[in-house]
Structures are given as structure tokens and as C-alpha cells.
Design a protein around this ligand. Structure first.
Ligand code: FUC
Length: 782
């Protein structure tokens, strides 16, 4: 039988047909050249950072796409080392006054040494996110030497990873997806010749685990590791069930063997015993069995159609087109490798789409928040524990959520803050003798909130406060009072803590945090711990402002709000230093700090993500922030590079933001699978870069909407639909030759907006639910 020539089109059509989506979904039936929302490659992944991620917010897999052996590296978001623990150091409370005294006396190194001896958490490190294991799929009849027309792809719009090749005259096809509806990873393997397929399946793990094969099922159970002296107690269960079309399936030792089948569907379910941060009593076995059996009754086509439809409900809210050039027709790894010298605006659009895909895949109700690697981790000793670093990284993960229409990704983050408000109340009480709650610079599955990793990094009490601002943002974008009422106690508790612990600066009489630090940056006095770093006061100004605003909207806590207002007025203000820069610390130490190019740009928080500093209301501070940015330089770790791009977008310098983005998307900061390279892999850069692209096209501040505030010349013509401005306002934009062509605003709530294009602004009265269309002419007339 003559084999059809394998093209990108047939690969896609195969994927469509297998998923039972053929006619109804033309978008995934298109050829690659006009299906830009797709990563694709001409060879299988060798390294993990070449494999392609699928995820449903709770379970996920990295798909390697090997021809003779497929590897699916598996994760479940609640599988971590350790068990419930309270890391507060019992000596901390007694030692803090002396730490503060030493700081006030300028004896910073001594203060840091004392903090290291008496204040830091026990254990000093938190628990880490753990991999479950691998599903290994062998195709013994495939001869790797004979493989032709190989291609693998990740369709971001369908949320399906596919692999196709021919060998020995047979075309093989695989699709993999993670269903948010059926809570399984579903794989379909087919060959285009009847009964040509033999498949062997194994589940393996680096954990303390055992696997059994029975009937058509592989069952693995295991326990998470003990870490830093905290016993590993979390149990996990993973099951894989195989269903053949034609042929036979038999269990053989620890594996399943399918022989002479036309196609095989494999379903994987995973769960752990984690119920809550102090409760590990769930029995995961019946859960995975129930999920797998319910899904098996439906079959691959129905599972795939429902998963894709649910993914698209979120993914298709935004569509970005930055234009197409011949460079975009290359495989994704080649595009990344050559991107810094190429004209490939569509690569930025793909990065943006991928960022949204990754957030949908790693953060949905029922799972844990996106961690340092989102959901995807193969290592039992991952970098920084693959957990929650809340002095920038976790927040950055959620930067795209609001402006790119992904509010559904926030529930795990909201639940995290809910938990921290409980565990952090204990830390506030035991460590500081304070009311309210506090979280320092990291947390984990067990919601540890005490300072870790050494005082130089960890003694920073602002992590919870910063996270609260994301909860407020949800209100500001969605304007749902019932939601605001549900999260108000967390804001209130975070603010209350600072009423109790703020210190009076003996020099100025103003209020400052102490002890604290400007995240991870060493000042010129041999330590990073200090009093009143600029970022702390900035975060507190926002936290107090939104808590007061929330109290007013909800009609509660008037007296408390009054206290916040009075305290806010006494917070130390931002200052401009001798280099013309925004001061990072209370004293003008910036020029003498040992690392002038430090990756964190914490004192620029006020410019982005906050808007306390902006070009219109505080131009002198905005210029000082720009000076600080110039001194820090453009190129840094992945996330730090992405932050810089956002900051330049806020300064409305599209060329500069684009220059930084180009570096972020190049091979030093982007792996072949488009994962961000800190290095190593850390997903925050993907999310920060996605937000930067949105910020370049549209910004919203209060009732103002800024159109194309930082459009670079490299994106002369394009369009975006579905961006969100504050106050439930959808913004659809098109531009040509660098100039706005049209904009449509659609808000769910009526009200007046100021719409700005460069230095022209017009007032627009929006009617609820009615699109308002404006063109360049409207701005000329203003
Ligand atoms: C912070 C950063 C590091 C890294 C780590 C996970 O500590 O300073 O660069 O991103 O988090």
C-alpha cells in the first residue's frame, strides 16, 4: 500500500480526526504556515527542556515524542516532600528587638549574624515540589533507523501535543492532552495499518514507590520524601489504563503489553493524600480509580473534544497578531536559535500565546498555584525546591492573568493567600508578638511562613502583603463585591500586622519596616538586612490604600481604615539619590552597592507592577526610576529580564522594551521548548514576558486606558482582541504602519473612561455591554 506523504497538514488532520474534532474545528485543521499558535520540531526531545508540556492545572506531563520510546514525565501539583510543620524559631521573638537595635545603630553585619543565629526558621529550608514518575511507552516494532517524516508539535489552541512519523511503511501517530474536565491525561497511539501496533507500557518513579500490573491497568503507589528532617508522609497513587482497538492487552510483571492493535488509548490519573496544609488524610487510590474508570467509559474522542473546548473557552479570549514573516515558517527551536538576528514578530506573539497556554495549564481551581516551574518538574532536588518564591517569582507568574483575560487561573493563588493568612497568623504571633498575619520570601505546600535560607535572603516580611495586591487586582478588574467581601479578611489581616510591627525611623520620625531587606541585594555595609527598603514602603502604601478602599466599598471597619490612612501618611516616601536614581534604601547607598546590576529591581515595584510612580503624576520619580533601570542594565536572569521589559513599557519606551524582549526570546533565555531560562528553567520569565507584550500594547490605570503606549517599530502592523482593562473593560485594537487603526471598548459596567493615544486623550462614556468603537480620527479631533 502506498503511504501518503506526511506533511504538516496531514499531521494536523490526523490529530483532528483522532480527537473527533474534524469538521467543527477548522482552526486546528490548518497547515502550520497559517496555524501560528503552534510549537513544532523535526526531532524528538532529548533534553527535558525540549519536551512539550501539557497540564490541566493539577496534573501534567512533559511529552518527549521519541519514536521507538515515548516518555511522559508526570506531575501532580500537590505532591511535595515533608509533612505539616511549624518552622518558627522559638528564639526569634526575644532576639528581634536586638536585631532592630543593631540595625538602627548601623551595625548591619552584626544584626544579620544575630538574625542568622536566632531568628531564622527551623529547618532553614522548606519542602520541595516532587515528580510522580514517568510513563514509558515502547513501540518494539518501530526501528529508529527507519524513521522518516518525523514531526512533533504542541497546538496551543487545541492543547494537544502530537507526534507523527513513518517507519517500515507504517505511519504512527500520537496525541497527548491533559483534561481539566475528566482529570486524566489521555494519550492515543495509532498506526495506519490494521493490527500493526505493539505497545509496552511501564510506570517508573524516583520515589519510594511500587508498581503492579493487573489486567489492563498499571497501578503505582508511593510516598513523598523526608526533607530537612521533616518526615515524608504524602501518599500518591498513579494509575494508567490501556484500551485497545483490536488486538490484545495483557499484564506481564510490572508492565502492560498491547499486541497487534489498531490503536490504543492510555489514560493516566494521579492524586495524593493532601487535603489541606495540616491534613494529609485523603485516600488517593479510589480517586484515581474513579477518575480513570469514568474517563474510560467515554473514550478518547469525547475526552479530547471536551478538554479542547474547555481550554479554548479561556485561550480564545485573546487573539494577538503581530504579523507574519518567512522566519515564522521554521521549526520553533530554529526560530529561537536565530531570533536575535531575524525579523520574526510572530515569535513574540507565539511567546505570548504560550504564556497564556502555560498559565491555563498550571493554575486552575482544584490545583496548587503555578510554582517556580509551573506544574512541570522532573527532579527530586529541583532548583529552589520548585516552590513559591514570593519576593517576585510567584507574583510574576500571575502578571498576565488579569490583562490577558485569565481570571479562572487565580483560584489556586487566592486559596494560597487564604491558607497563608492562617499559617501566617501563627508566625505573626509567635515570631513578632503581632496581630494579623505575615509571610516572608518563600512558601511551600505546607504554607510555611517563617524566614528561610539565611537572613540575607529570607528576613523580608512582605511576601504576603504583595500577594494580597493580586487579590485586590481581581476585584479591580472584575468589580465583584461578593468576591471582595470574601477576600477582605486577608487584606485586613495583612495590613493589621504592619500596624503592629512598623518602627519609627530615629532620623526622620517616619515609619519603616525593620528588620527587612531589599530583596536579595547586598548594600554597601556588608549585609542586606536593613530598615525601610524602598520596596517595603511602596508595597505598604498599596496594601493600605486597597484595604481602605475595600473597607469603604464594603461599608466596614471605618475606624481601622482611619488608622491605616494615618499610618500610610507617615510611611517613608521614595527619594531620588545622587546618581539621579530612585533610592533603593533609606540612605543613598545605591552607587556603592557591590552589585550595581543586581537582578532584582525591587525599588522599581512602584513603577511596575504598581503605578504609584508614573510619567503623568510623578514625572520626577519616573525619571529617577528610569535612571535606576539604566544603571541596572537590560540583561539579567529570565524573570529579571522580563521585569525590565515591563518597566520600560511603563516608561512608554517601546524600542527599549522590545530590545529586552528580543534577548528574553533568544537562545540564552529561552529553551527549545520555549520555557524560560533563569537559567535553569523557571517559568516566571514566560509569564513576565507575556505581560510585557500586553503592557506594550495596552495599559490601564484607574479609569484611564492607554492605547499602544509602547509599540515598537518591529511590530508595525497588527491587532489584538480581548485584552482587559481595569473595570471589566475589553479592549480590541488594530494598528497599521505604527498607527492606531481602530479600537473597540466593551465594558460590563457603565462609566466614563479616559482613552489615551500618545499625548492625546478623550473622554468616552461607556454603556454597559455596548461596544464603543473609536478610530484615529476621534483622537485628532480632541
Ligand atoms: C529569587 C531570585 C533568584 C531565583 C529564586 C527562585 O531568590 O533571586 O534569582 O529566581 O528566587
Amino acid at each position: 500500500m502506498a503511504q501518503p506523504r506526511v506533511t504538516r497538514r496531514t499531521l494536523l488532520e490526523g490529530s483532528v480526526a483522532a480527537a473527533g474534532l474534524a469538521c467543527s474545528t477548522p482552526a486546528i485543521g490548518r497547515a502550520a504556515a497559517d496555524n501560528p499558535q503552534r510549537l513544532w520540531y523535526r526531532q524528538p526531545a532529548k533534553a527535558w527542556v525540549e519536551a512539550l508540556p501539557v497540564g490541566n492545572g493539577r496534573i501534567g506531563a512533559m511529552v518527549f515524542g521519541g519514536s521507538q520510546q515515548e516518555r511522559l514525565q508526570l506531575n501532580e501539583s500537590s505532591f511535595w516532600g515533608g509533612s505539616p510543620y511549624n518552622p518558627v524559631n522559638p528564639d526569634a521573638r526575644a532576639a528581634l528587638p536586638e536585631v532592630r537595635r543593631l540595625i538602627a545603630a548601623g551595625r548591619f553585619a552584626e544584626a544579620e549574624a544575630l538574625a542568622n543565629a536566632k531568628v531564622m526558621a527551623k529547618p532553614l529550608s522548606q519542602m520541595s515540589y516532587q515528580p510522580i514518575g514517568d510513563l514509558l511507552i515502547d513501540l518494539p516494532r518501530v526501528d529508529p533507523a527507519q524513521v522518516q517524516s518525523y514531526q512533533r508539535a504542541l497546538d496551543l489552541d487545541a492543547a494537544v501535543a502530537s507526534t507523527q512519523f513513518s517507519s517500515g511503511g507504517i505511519t504512527y501517530r500520537r496525541e497527548v492532552l491533559a483534561s481539566p474536565i475528566d482529570q486524566v491525561i489521555a494519550i492515543r497511539i495509532s498506526a495506519d495499518r490494521p493490527r500493526a501496533l505493539d505497545v509496552d507500557l511501564r510506570l517508573t518513579s524516583l520515589q519510594r514507590a511500587t508498581t503492579q500490573a493487573t489486567g489492563d491497568r498499571l497501578m503505582m503507589t508511593g510516598v513523598g520524601p523526608t526533607e530537612h528532617g521533616v518526615p515524608g508522609v504524602l501518599r500518591f497513587a498513579a494509575q494508567a489504563r490501556a484500551m485497545a482497538e483490536g488486538g490484545t492487552i495483557t499484564a506481564d510483571g510490572d508492565r502492560l503489553r498491547a499486541r497487534g492493535v489498531n490503536a490504543v488509548t492510555i489514560l493516566i490519573a494521579m492524586a495524593t493524600s493532601y487535603r489541606w496544609f495540616d491534613d494529609t488524610s485523603i485516600d488517593p487510590d479510589p480517586i484515581v480509580r474513579g477518575q480513570i474508570d469514568a474517563a474510560a467509559a467515554k473514550g478518547f474522542r469525547i475526552i479530547a473534544a471536551a478538554a479542547t473546548a474547555e481550554h479554548r473557552r479561556l485561550f480564545r479570549r485573546v487573539r494577538l497578531d503581530l504579523g507574519h514573516t518567512p522566519a515564522a515558517d521554521q521549526p520553533t527551536d530554529i526560530r529561537i536559535r536565530t531570533s536575535e538576528g531575524a525579523n520574526d514578530p510572530a515569535l513574540a506573539a507565539l511567546y505570548f500565546d504560550y504564556g497564556r497556554y502555560l498559565l491555563i495549564g498550571s493554575s486552575r481551581a482544584g490545583g496548587q498555584p503555578a510554582n517556580l516551574q509551573g506544574l512541570w518538574n522532573e527532579s527530586i532536588k529541583p532548583p529552589w525546591g520548585s516552590k513559591y518564591t514570593i519576593n517576585i517569582n510567584t507574583e510574576m507568574n500571575y502578571w498576565p492573568a488579569e490583562p490577558t483575560g485569565l481570571a479562572e487561573c487565580l483560584p489556586p493563588l487566592i486559596a494560597l493567600v487564604r491558607d497563608l493568612a492562617i499559617s501566617g497568623a501563627r508566625t505573626a504571633r509567635e515570631m513578632y508578638g503581632a496581630r494579623g498575619w505575615v509571610a516572608h520570601h518563600n512558601t511551600d505546600l505546607w504554607r510555611a511562613t517563617a524566614p528561610i535560607d539565611g537572613a540575607q535572603y529570607g528576613l523580608w516580611p512582605m511576601g504576603g502583603a504583595w500577594l494580597c495586591l493580586h487579590l485586590w487586582e481581581r476585584y479591580d478588574y472584575g468589580r465583584d463585591a461578593a468576591y471582595l467581601r470574601s477576600i477582605y479578611p486577608y487584606l485586613q489581616g495583612a495590613a493589621l500586622f504592619f500596624l503592629d510591627v512598623l518602627q519609627t525611623d530615629p532620623k526622620s520620625g517616619l515609619l519603616i519596616t525593620s528588620p527587612s531587606l531589599s530583596p536579595e541585594n547586598i548594600h554597601p555595609h556588608g549585609a542586606s538586612i536593613c530598615a525601610g527598603p524602598a520596596m517595603d514602603q511602596q508595597i505598604l502604601r498599596d496594601l493600605f490604600a486597597v484595604t481602605m478602599q475595600a473597607a469603604a466599598i464594603l461599608g466596614v471597619d471605618a475606624e481601622f481604615a482611619g488608622q491605616l490612612q494615618a499610618t500610610r501618611a507617615r510611611l517613608a516616601p521614595d527619594k531620588i539619590g545622587k546618581q539621579g536614581q530612585l533610592q533603593e534604601w533609606q540612605e543613598d547607598w545605591d552607587a556603592e552597592a557591590p552589585d550595581p546590576h543586581h537582578r532584582h529591581v525591587s525599588h522599581l515595584f512602584a513603577l511596575f507592577p504598581s503605578d504609584q510612580i508614573n510619567l503623568d503624576d510623578t514625572p520626577a520619580l519616573a525619571r529617577a526610576a528610569q535612571r535606576s533601570l539604566e544603571i541596572r542594565g537590560d540583561e539579567s536572569t529570565g524573570w529579571a529580564t522580563a521585569w525590565r521589559a515591563n518597566l520600560w513599557a511603563r516608561l512608554r519606551d517601546g524600542e527599549h522594551a522590545h530590545r529586552i524582549l528580543r534577548f528574553l526570546l533568544g537562545p540564552e533565555r529561552t529553551y527549545p521548548n520555549m520555557f524560560d531560562a533563569h537559567p535553569p528553567f523557571q517559568i516566571d520569565g514566560n509569564f513576565g514576558g507575556t505581560r510585557a507584550i500586553a503592557e506594550m500594547l495596552m495599559q490601564s490605570r484607574g479609569d484611564e486606558i492607554l492605547l499602544l503606549p509602547a509599540l515598537p517599530s518591529a511590530w508595525p502592523t497588527g491587532s489584538v482582541t480581548g485584552l482587559q482593562a481595569r473595570g471589566t473593560c475589553q479592549v480590541d485594537l488594530a494598528w497599521r504602519d505604527g498607527t492606531l487603526a481602530a479600537v473597540t471598548l466593551t465594558s460590563a459596567v457603565a462609566g466614563e473612561r479616559i482613552v489615551r493615544l500618545a499625548d492625546r486623550r478623550i473622554k468616552v462614556r461607556l454603556r454597559a455591554g455596548h461596544p464603543t468603537r473609536l478610530s484615529t480620527k476621534d483622537f485628532r479631533a480632541s
